[in-house]
Design a protein around this ligand. Structure first.
Ligand SMILES: Cc1ncc(COP(=O)(O)O)c(C=O)c1O
Length: 380
């Protein structure tokens, strides 16, 4: 223990503040995963993986894409993804975290500004930390604040390119960005708009292409994680061809890392075909969302329309106690605490997926009603 005193102290501090994290097993009805369409263990995807194995697709890539790791499955996926998302190019990464970090660390240059929404994901922060551009924060979903920040930066002498980094659907709040207005601002400022579609891909847009689908594309880069509604793993960055070329040449997380599994690339390609063709999967999810919002709204879930329903309770310890009580009753609902969310906004993050039935949702609402009255939800 003596070698790890600092770490032990840190953990004790987290425990004292009710913020220690533990790995718990997946049990109970799924109100926690991002497997929104229920694809991760679906017969459709299993069959696609079996078919890929049968035609000899390897499990391991054997090296970086720039060495021997580049497999026809990666390129086939990227070509199909570019067509599906209506973009010139796509590049597949082994995780959304790596892709987002690479994007923000690599593309913005010294002298540029990255202006990010206050609620962007940790992976975007990782990239900004590694990058050379100046970074400034704008209030969440406040287009006026973005415009003011750009004007302020120019007044301070900023002359480079502006990069606007947002999510289309925020992972812990379930609200949606004003993408059309942000795109118009980006256009007016000669800025580049980076949209992380992690929680929208597969669900929103005409065939699940995401919420940014249909925006002007010349200055648009989107990130589509494959481990959420697509039920697989990895992430696709889509945009103008130069973005792909630049990341292949300069993206350290791409260059100095073993290429993702070709088998997973095959699975993602199958998942894209499935979601493109399956309005029924989306309809099934939208029906569950409507029902959940109706049943859980009166209990204090934040207003909104998406599959992520936050119930903000504020207090860390109480949040975890209620999540624990739900888990004991067979509902896998997780409590989310700082630093994942701002201090004072600890919450239950209720995620609606096709892995639960309408009866499961009704039962959750009933159980939650017995736990919540003593705990007034607070405004975010
Ligand atoms: C908004 C957002 N971006 C990026 C990521 C990272 O993606 P991945 O889980 O594939 O690493 C996540 C998921 O945790 C996310 O919620």
């Amino acid at each position: 223990m003596q070698h790890f005193e600092a770490q032990a102290q840190d953990l004790a501090g987290l425990a004292a503040r009710g913020r220690e994290r533990r790995l718990i097993s997946r049990e109970g009805a799924d109100f926690a995963s991002n497997d929104y369409l229920g694809l991760a263990n679906s017969p459709l995807l299993r069959a696609a993986v079996e078919a890929a194995l049968a035609r000899g697709v390897p499990i391991g890539s054997g090296g970086s894409r720039l060495l021997r790791g580049n497999h026809p499955e990666h390129e086939a996926l990227e070509a199909e993804a570019a067509a599906y998302f209506g973009r010139e190019s796509a590049l597949y990464f082994s995780s959304g975290y790596a892709a987002n970090a690479a994007l923000l660390a690599t593309l913005p240059q010294r002298g540029d500004l990255v202006l990010f929404d206050a609620l962007v994901h940790a992976s975007a922060h990782e990239g900004m930390r590694l990058g050379r551009a100046e970074i400034r924060q704008a209030a969440h979903n406040d287009v006026g604040a973005f415009a003011d920040a750009i004007a302020g930066w120019r007044r301070d002498g900023g002359t480079g390119r502006v990069w606007i980094a947002v999510e289309s659907l925020y992972s812990m709040d379930g609200d949606v960005a004003p993408l059309a207005a942000l795109a118009a601002l980006a256009e007016a400022e000669g800025a580049i708009l980076l949209v992380d579609e992690a929680h929208a891909t597969g669900i929103y847009g005409p065939q699940g292409q995401g919420l940014a689908y249909g925006l002007p594309t010349a200055n648009l880069i989107t990130l589509h994680t494959c481990g959420k509604a697509l039920g697989c793993e990895g992430a696709l960055i889509t945009g103008p061809a130069i973005v792909r070329d630049f990341l292949v040449n300069r993206g350290r997380a791409f260059i100095f890392s073993t290429a993702p599994s070709p088998l997973m690339a095959a699975a993602v390609r199958a998942a894209l075909r499935i979601v493109a063709a399956s309005d029924a999967l989306r309809t099934g999810l939208f029906e569950r969302i409507a029902m959940a919002r109706h049943a859980l709204g009166p209990l204090g879930v934040s207003a909104g329309e998406t599959q992520i329903l936050p119930l903000i309770l504020g207090d860390d310890v109480r949040t975890m106690a209620i999540a624990g009580a739900l888990q004991e009753s067979g509902f896998d609902v997780r409590g989310i605490r700082p630093p994942t969310v701002p201090a004072g906004t600890s919450r239950l993050r209720i995620s609606i997926t096709n892995n639960v039935s309408h009866a499961d949702i009704a039962a959750l609402a009933e159980r939650l009603a017995t736990l919540i009255p003593a705990t007034e939800p607070i405004a975010a």
